[in-house]
Design a protein around this ligand. Structure first.
Ligand SMILES: Nc1ncnc2c1ncn2[C@@H]1O[C@H](COP(=O)(O)OP(=O)(O)O)[C@@H](O)[C@H]1O
Ligand SMILES: [Mg+2]
Length: 432
């Protein structure tokens, strides 16, 4: 794993960005430092929308909603939202920093080796405890919010060096009220983890996330993606085909584990394991046949093995990062994303301003001599603005490959129709 080279120091509000932690469909997340009082410093994760999303306002409401929902879920297995703010770079979220890796990074780093079953068990039960807490969120008056995360996936599960797993990214989570009021027909979430009812545009509830957890579990125990080549088209057929059993891929899998995964991946929500809590309990029981659930420390050993070097380097970078005030822009906006771009851009901006002043004088002098030839002076060009890395996506096949352009998203009009069979598709969409 390589470290991003980020211009240092760079500021958003009162936060100094130190390193980039990750990029998703909506945002980039940075490790940031803040000095609350002289000598009292904290490290946090700062989530900043991709500039395209910020510029056209599409992502803003998502981030604000993420803050609204996330800030009220207090649970050891959910990443805490500490603050939401706005700087010239846009709206940002301040999150608890998880020093570790995402589950997707962990699995990728380890491949072709698989995580041992007890370690898989620990990751799953921790993640499910966090998910259940999110599902149980209530309004201030105690009314259930009936939150659905809608994007429970390895990219949104963070595993610390201490081995603890935390659920994050409530960017497309919806409460019951909002599920009813908005986005009918628009599919959101990573395609591989979408439940049949999501694909078919039907009503969602917490069982939708139970399906996604079932897919994550299936993939962790088999070491294989459940769906290899996913597209919106193949998804339609998958929505009516029962997934293959995990034991058909991994022959040595205890029958108890196979049975739990089967019950988490029932096509009909009414036949599926009903809650994240129930799935967690079923996993604990079934894993007895596989040596039980590992301690967090064992999970942490894998994180250190895969990412120890990168994390040590990041710590050094934090220790070495200094943020002299002279580098701040007036409103604390990040000036540029990469050091090597900073100087040419500044020079270009100065050249543009100097050039236009020069031109202005020349035009003004000319217009005094030849009034009829006078033309309005072009406005001095603004300093070039660097685009943030990444781009918008509400539907992503996975977080690791670069997101498709916005045009690839289904619009409400082109969203998948209900229960329609696509002629000519492979009869065995799961490849079995
Ligand atoms: N609090 C955090 N601590 C450490 N890394 C994080 C944190 N939040 C996010 N990341 C990293 O950034 C990536 C993208 O964050 P996420 O919130 O999922 O953004 P998006 O909404 O764009 O998917 C994650 O997959 C993870 O690698
Ligand atoms: Mg994400």
């Amino acid at each position: 794993m390589s470290l991003e080279v980020v211009a240092l120091p760079e500021r958003v509000g009162r936060y100094t960005l130190v390193d980039r932690l990750g990029t998703g469909g909506m945002a980039s997340v940075y490790l940031a430092r803040v000095e609350d009082l002289p000598g009292v410093e904290r490290q946090v994760a700062l989530k900043l929308l991709h500039s395209k999303l910020e510029a056209d306002g599409r992502g803003r409401s998502g981030l604000v909603e993420e803050a609204r929902v996330g800030a009220r879920i207090r649970h050891p297995h959910v990443v805490s939202v500490l603050e939401v703010g706005e700087a010239s770079a846009g709206v940002y979220l301040v999150l608890e920093y998880v020093e570790g890796v995402s589950l997707s990074e962990l699995v990728r780093g380890l491949a072709p080796e698989k995580l041992p079953l007890p370690v898989v068990g620990r990751i799953l039960v921790d993640a499910l405890a966090g998910l259940h807490a999110a599902h149980e969120l209530t309004a201030e008056d105690g009314t259930p919010e009936e939150l659905v995360h809608r994007d429970f996936s390895p990219q949104n599960l963070l595993i610390g060096v201490d081995g603890g797993t935390k659920l994050t990214d409530f960017g497309i989570a919806k409460t019951l009220a909002r599920l009813d009021a908005t986005t009918t027909g628009v599919i959101k979430g990573k395609l591989r983890y979408l439940a049949p009812e999501q694909v078919l545009g039907q009503r969602l509830d917490r069982r939708t996330d139970v399906w996604a957890a079932g897919v994550v579990a299936w993939e962790l125990v088999t070491g294989r993606p459940l769906v290899e080549h996913v597209s919106e088209r193949t998804l339609l057929e998958l929505a009516s085909v029962t997934p293959p059993s995990a034991s058909s891929v991994r022959g040595d899998l205890p029958a108890e584990i196979d049975a739990v995964l089967k019950d988490a991946l029932r096509l009909e929500p009414s036949r599926r394991i009903a809650t994240a809590d129930e799935l967690e309990r079923r996993i604990r029981a079934a894993w007895q046949s596989a040596g039980g659930i590992a301690d967090v420390a064992e999970v942490g050993e894998f994180v250190t093995r895969i990412a120890g070097g990168k994390l040590a380097l990041r710590r050094k970078r934090v220790a070495g990062a200094k943020a002299p005030d002279s580098t701040l822009t007036p409103d604390g906006a990040p000036s540029a994303r990469r050091a090597r771009w900073t100087s040419p851009l500044v020079l270009l901006a100065i050249a543009a301003v100097v050039g236009s002043v020069f031109l202005g004088r020349w035009y003004a002098a000319r217009s005094r001599v030849e009034p009829s030839a006078a033309s309005p002076l072009p406005a001095p060009s603004a300093a070039p603005v660097l685009a943030m890395p990444g781009s918008i996506e509400s539907v992503s096949p996975s977080a690791s490959p670069p997101p498709p352009p916005p045009s690839a998203h289904p619009s409400p009009k082109t969203a998948l129709p209900r229960k329609k069979k696509m002629p000519g598709l492979a009869s065995a969409p799961y490849g079995k």
